[in-house]
Design a protein around this ligand. Structure first.
Ligand SMILES: *[C@@H]1O[C@H](CO)[C@@H](O)[C@H](O)[C@H]1NC(C)=O
Ligand SMILES: *[C@@H]1O[C@H](CO)[C@@H](O)[C@H](O)[C@H]1NC(C)=O
Ligand SMILES: *[C@@H]1O[C@H](CO)[C@@H](O)[C@H](O)[C@H]1NC(C)=O
Length: 578
C-alpha cells in the first residue's frame, strides 16, 4: 500500500504541517560512505533506559482459525489445480517482465518496459515477491532472487526521504516472510532484515522515542538531532508493530518490540479521548503524543492498517498481550456504530461497506456512504478477529463487509471495484430491512446528475455502467489492488465455502483480461469504462499480495495456514510462534 502503498495512495493528496527542524549538518565523520551507513556505528542520542520485554505467549489462547476442509472430489481437484496453474502462469509472466527489464530496480513499467524506482531503488518488486516465489514453488527463481539481495545497497537511496512505513511493510516484512516460510534455510534473508531493522530503528531516536515516518535518513546517519513530527498519518505510525515484533522474536533483540510497544501504549491511552472515542483520527501528533486534534475518521486510506494490526498483533504474540484485544474490541464497537453502513440495493442485499465520519467531539456527522477499494480489507479483518476472539456475530459482520465489495465487483459494468465510489445509503445505516426506495433514488440522481425523471435517471445509470445503488464513481482507477480478494481469501479459509472460489475465479479472469500486457500487468485508468485504457504502472503489491491471495484461494488450505501465520498489510506471512 503506499507513497502510494495499497492502502495509502491518498496520502500524497493531503498536505501536512511538517515540522521543520533547524540544524546544521555536521561534516562527515572519519568513515567511508559504507562505514558511515553501518547503523551500529551511529551513536544513540536518546537511549531507552528500560526496555519493554516481549510478552510470553499464552498457550491455547487462540481458537482454530481455519475451517476443517472436507476431502474434495477429483473433479473439483482437477478444476482447482487448473485455476492454480493459471494464477501461477500470470505471476510467472509478470515476474519474467520484471526480471528481463527491471531486475534489481523497484518496478517494471508494464507498457513501456522502463525500470522505475519509486521506493528508493532497493528492488521493491524483488523483495516484495520473494515469499510469493516460495509459495508458488518457484525454487530456482527464489534462490536467484535471494542471491541478488546481497546487491541491494541500503547505503544509497534514490530518495532523500524514506517512508518508514512503506519500507517496513514491503522490505522488512518481505525479508522476514521469505525467511519464515523457507524454514530459516536462508540466513541471508534474516541478515538483510536485521540490517534494515537497525537502520529503521534510528528513525525512533527522538526525545519521546516516537518515530519520524517520513525520514531523512542521510541526515540521521550524521546524527543530526531528530524530533517526531506533529502531523503524521495514523496508518504510518500505527502499522509497524507486526514487523518490529517479529524482528525481535527472530533476532532475540527486544529493542524493536520495545520501540513499537511505546507507540501502542499511546494508542491505548488516547483511544477514548479522541473526537470519536474508540477510534483514532487519520492524522495524529507524534510529538506531543496527542491524538485528539483531528476530526476525520475512516478505516480506509491513511488509517486502515493501524486497525488491521490490532487483532493481528494479538495473534502474532499468541495472546501474550490482552491490550490488543481490548483496543480492538472497543474500536470495533465504534466502527459498528459509525463507520459500517448498509447501502441500498435494488434487491435489498444485506451487505456492508466501511465509510467515514467527521466529529468535532460534540457532533458526529452522518456516515459518508463512501466505499474505498482500500477499505475492502475490513471484511477479512473483522472475520479473522471474530475467530480469534470467538464471536459468531462478528463473523457475520465480516461476511457482510466482504459481500459489499464483492457486490461492487459483480454489479459494475467493468466487473472490478474502482478506487472510490459513493453509494445510496439505507435510511438507518444498519437497519435489518432496507427496501429499495425508488423516490429517494430518483431524487438523488436528480441532485447528482440533473436527471428529470425515472427514465432519464435509468438512462444515466446505464451510460455510467452502474447498478442501482451506486451513485458516483469518485476515482475510477483500478491499480491492481488486493484488498477485496484479501477478504475473500480470509473468509474462504475461515468458512471453507467453495462458492467463494468460484467468485474469486470470476474476479481473476476479469482482472487479467483487462490488465495483461506483453510485459506484465498494468493498472487501469477507468476500470468501469467499456474499453479501459492501461496506465504504465504495476506496483509491487500485485505480485506480493493480489496474485498471492488468488493463488492461496486455489491452493491446498494448509499452504500458509492462518493457524500458522499472520499476514502483514503487504500480505507477507509472519510465523506465529507458540
Ligand atoms: C474505552 O471505552 C470502552 C467503552 O466504554 C471501554 O470498554 C474500554 O476499556 C476503554 N478503554 C480504555 C483504554 O480505557
Ligand atoms: C456460501 O456463500 C454463498 C455466497 O457466496 C452463500 O450464498 C451460501 O449460503 C454459503 N454457503 C454456506 C454453506 O454458508
Ligand atoms: C492467465 O490467466 C488466464 C485466465 O484468466 C489464462 O487463460 C492464462 O493462460 C494465464 N496465463 C497467462 C500467461 O496469461
Amino acid at each position: 500500500m503506499k507513497a502510494s502503498h495499497s492502502r495509502l495512495a491518498l496520502a500524497i493528496t493531503l498536505s501536512f504541517a511538517i515540522v521543520s527542524l533547524s540544524y546544521h549538518p555536521k561534516s562527515p565523520g572519519p568513515y567511508t560512505l559504507k562505514e558511515r551507513f553501518k547503523w551500529s556505528n551511529v551513536p544513540t542520542r536518546y537511549p531507552v533506559t528500560s526496555m519493554i520485554p516481549l510478552p510470553s505467549a499464552i498457550p491455547h489462547s487462540i481458537p482454530k482459525i481455519q475451517a476443517t476442509f472436507p476431502t474434495e472430489t477429483s473433479t473439483h481437484r482437477q478444476e482447482r489445480l487448473a485455476k492454480l496453474e493459471a494464477v501461477k502462469s500470470n505471476f510467472t509472466h509478470a515476474w519474467s517482465g520484471y526480471k528481463s527489464k527491471a531486475w534489481l530496480k523497484d518496478e517494471v513499467a508494464p507498457l513501456s518496459g522502463q525500470a522505475l524506482n519509486p521506493f528508493g531503488g532497493w528492488a521493491a518488486t524483488l523483495v516484495d515477491a520473494l515469499d510469493t516465489l516460495w509459495i508458488m514453488d518457484m525454487k530456482e527463481d527464489f534462490e536467484e532472487a535471494v542471491a541478488a539481495i546481497d546487491k541491494i545497497d541500503f547505503t544509497t537511496c534514490a530518495l532523500d526521504e524514506i517512508n518508514v512505513f512503506e519500507t517496513t511493510i514491503r522490505y522488512l516484512g518481505g525479508f522476514m516472510a521469505a525467511y519464515d516460510l523457507s524454514g530459516g534455510q536462508y540466513p541471508a534473508l534474516l541478515k538483510k532484515a536485521a540490517e534494515m531493522g537497525s537502520m529503521l530503528y534510528k528513525a525512533f531516536d527522538t526525545p519521546n522515542r516516537m518515530p519520524i515516518t517520513r525520514w531523512k535518513f542521510k541526515d540521521a546517519v550524521e546524527n543530526v538531532p531528530q524530533e517526531a513530527p506533529d502531523g503524521i498519518l495514523l496508518a504510518e505510525i500505527g502499522s509497524l508493530t507486526l514487523e518490529f515484533t517479529r524482528l525481535s522474536q527472530l533476532t532475540g533483540d527486544t529493542k524493536y518490540y520495545d520501540a513499537v510497544q511505546r507507540i501502542m501504549s499511546i494508542f491505548e491511552d488516547q483511544q477514548n479521548k479522541t473526537k470519536l472515542p474508540g477510534m483514532w483520527p487519520i492524522q495524529v501528533n507524534a510529538k506531543t503524543e496527542d491524538f485528539t486534534g483531528s476530526q476525520m475518521f475512516t478505516i480506509g486510506g491513511m488509517a486502515d492498517s493501524a486497525y488491521e494490526y490490532l487483532p493481528k498483533q494479538y495473534l502474532l504474540l499468541n495472546g501474550g498481550a490482552t491490550q490488543y484485544k481490548q483496543m480492538y474490541e472497543s474500536t470495533l464497537t465504534t466502527m459498528k456504530n459509525h463507520i459500517f453502513f448498509r447501502p441500498m440495493t435494488i434487491d435489498g442485499k444485506d451487505i456492508l461497506f466501511a465509510g467515514q465520519v467527521n466529529s468535532n467531539g460534540q457532533v458526529i456527522s452522518a456516515t459518508d456512504p463512501q466505499a474505498q477499494h482500500l477499505g475492502c480489507f475490513a471484511g477479512g479483518m473483522v472475520a479473522l478477529a471474530a475467530k480469534a476472539f470467538n464471536s459468531e456475530a462478528d463473523l457475520e459482520v465480516g461476511k457482510k463487509l466482504m459481500e459489499g465489495c464483492l457486490w461492487a465487483y459483480e454489479s459494475m459494468r467493468g466487473g472490478i471495484m474502482p478506487e472510490i465510489i459513493h453509494t445510496l445509503p439505507c435510511p438507518d445505516k444498519l437497519q435489518v430491512k432496507c427496501d429499495w426506495d425508488q423516490a429517494k433514488w430518483v431524487s438523488a440522481m436528480t441532485e447528482k446528475y440533473g436527471t428529470t425523471d425515472v427514465t432519464s435517471a435509468e438512462e444515466q445509470l446505464q451510460n455510467l455502467g452502474l447498478p442501482h445503488g451506486i451513485m458516483t464513481v469518485d476515482d475510477s482507477r483500478y491499480i491492481l489492488r488486493p484488498e477485496a480478494i484479501e477478504s475473500v481469501f480470509i473468509l474462504y479459509r475461515i468458512t471453507g465455502n467453495a462458492t467463494l472460489q468460484d467468485r474469486a475465479w470470476d474476479m481473476f479472469n476479469t482482472i487479467i483480461s483487462k490488465t495483461k500486457t506483453s510485459i506484465a500487468h498494468a493498472a487501469l485508468n477507468d476500470c468501469n469504462a467499456i474499453n479501459p485504457t492501461k496506465a504504465d504502472r504495476m506496483e509491487s503489491f500485485w505480485l506480493a499480495e493480489t496474485l498471492k491471495y488468488f493463488y492461496l484461494i486455489f491452493s491446498e488450505p494448509d499452504l500458509v495456514s492462518l493457524d500458522d501465520y499472520v499476514l502483514n498489510t503487504e500480505a507477507h506471512p509472519l510465523k506465529r510462534t507458540s
